[in-house]
Design a protein around this ligand. Structure first.
Ligand code: ADP
Ligand code: MG
Length: 434
């Protein structure tokens, strides 16, 4: 993965990691001031947020947010329908702005737009969509500037707001993480999909042809979800799932790791055992044939069942697959499969984190002696946040990979919803009024 990162930074068109330049060359300092909005379009939900920032002294004075789930038909509809839906929800949210939030007279409201899909940024506030991922498949957005799409939709809603920062969710999480803890150097998302961003030396990015930023730094959005390698062995279940997916051959690492897919891998294994070893008796439960019927949160609930008779797991199998009575043995087998799939995912995710640390030289104690600087990785995403056995395994594996000494300087920190506040912070530092 480190080798692919280097290829991506050179601009090799065959590189698997796109290593996108974010145009974020300085991260929040704490001085940010004023009222800012953020909009976070993820995979399942989108969030709108407003925050009143009070600078170094007062920090976050007040924040409010709302979460809206994206109707599935909009994920495969038209670009205009999706952006109209988003802008309408945002306009409604702006309508509820109370007196605790203050916009100076004559100013336009400003927004940080977190967009968790691969984008070719052309500036901090513009960029064109490279491709949809995570179950989205919308005609006519690829190649378009997503900020113009949003701006036009906001106009159609009569909403007077300017998007001053377009950021990937990993970049937003990195910004939000840095605001909370100045030692944050990288951010990783483990949610519906997976991705990571980190702070790179601007002079280590051969494909960057612009002026070197004053800070000497540049945040890189790795788009690591698209990693694949013949060193990354795929099972028959991975291959079949990929083949039947909306984006065959793409996002292979993501398909082995992220929340959209883990439950589906478990379903495929159970299905094979049902067919070939009569796991659920003589008839294969028809519901088990349905792709994506077993969702990762359900897998997690089954995996965490520690009761002696695996009662929760049995109830889940009944609910989801429709088999009323399962023997204790079948329940144990099911839990074991969840364990295998989650552990593989977690260990691969930890290997990714380790690659970034290796890339920036924070994987070991400096050779000249001295102590390794405290190094914080901000992690976010529903999978990491809610799937305890998964997150524990990510952390344990990272410790294994780093070894005792280096791992004592590395902290994995949950940055809960850091991307929203991060985007608002970046909107503030790129405000049109400064
Ligand atoms: P997104 O990635 O869409 O921005 P989130 O970060 O909230 O959104 O992640 C949502 C994903 O997290 C879900 O698609 C699901 O796969 C996973 N997830 C949510 N809750 C749980 C849970 N309890 N156990 C395991 N995975 C979960
Ligand atoms: Mg997200």
């Amino acid at each position: 993965m480190v080798a692919e990162m280097e290829r991506g930074l050179r601009g090799d068109i065959h590189a698997q990691l796109k290593m996108l330049i974010s145009y974020v060359d300085s991260l929040p300092t704490g001085d940010e001031h004023g009222l800012f909005y953020a909009l976070d379009l993820g995979g399942t939900n989108f969030r709108v947020l407003r925050v009143q920032l009070g600078g170094k002294e007062k920090r976050v004075v007040k924040q409010q947010y709302e979460e809206v789930s994206i109707p599935p038909h909009l994920m495969v509809g038209t670009s205009m329908e999706l952006f109209d839906f988003i802008a309408a929800a945002l306009a409604k949210f702006v309508g509820t702005e109370g007196e605790d939030f203050q916009l100076p007279e004559g100013r336009q409201r400003e927004l940080g737009f977190t967009f968790s899909f691969p984008v070719n940024q052309t500036s901090i506030s513009s960029g064109t969509l490279i491709k949809w991922t995570k179950g989205f498949s919308i005609n006519g957005t690829v190649g378009e500037d997503v900020v113009s799409e949003l701006s036009r939709a906001m106009e159609r809603q009569g909403l007077d707001m300017k998007a001053t920062a377009l950021v990937n969710d990993t970049v937003g999480t990195l910004a939000g993480g840095r605001y909370m803890d100045t030692d944050v150097v990288a951010a990783v998302i483990l949610g519906t999909g997976t991705n990571a961003a980190y702070v790179e030396h601007a002079n280590a990015i051969p494909k960057w042809t612009g002026l070197l930023p004053k800070s000497g730094k540049m945040v890189i959005n790795t788009e690591w979800g698209s990693f694949k390698s013949n060193k990354l062995p795929l099972s028959e279940y991975d291959k079949a799932m990929d083949f039947e997916s909306l984006n065959p051959g793409e996002q292979i690492y993501e398909k082995m790791i992220s929340g959209m897919y883990l439950g589906e891998i478990v379903r495929r294994i159970l299905l094979k055992l049902a067919h070939e070893a009569s796991l659920f008796g003589d008839v294969v439960p028809p519901k088990l044939e349905l792709p994506f019927i077993l969702r990762t949160p359900d897998m997690s609930a089954m995996h965490h069942d520690s009761s002696h008779d695996l009662k929760t797991l049995g109830a889940k199998l009944k609910d989801i697959v429709g088999v009323a009575d399962t023997s204790l043995e079948v329940r144990y087998i099911t839990r074991h499969i969840c364990d295998l799939v989650a552990e593989r995912a977690a260990r691969l995710a930890a290997a990714g984190v380790y690659s970034i640390l290796k890339k920036i030289g924070r994987d070991k104690v400096p050779s000249g002696g001295g102590k390794m600087p405290r190094t914080v990785v901000a992690l976010d995403g529903g999978l990491y946040e809610h799937y305890k056995k998964f997150s524990s395994c990510v952390e344990a594996t990272l410790t294994d990979l780093l070894g005792e000494e280096a791992s004592s300087s590395v902290v994995a920190k949950l940055a809960n919803d850091g991307s929203g506040i991060g985007a608002a912070l970046l909107a503030a530092s790129h405000s049109q009024y400064q």
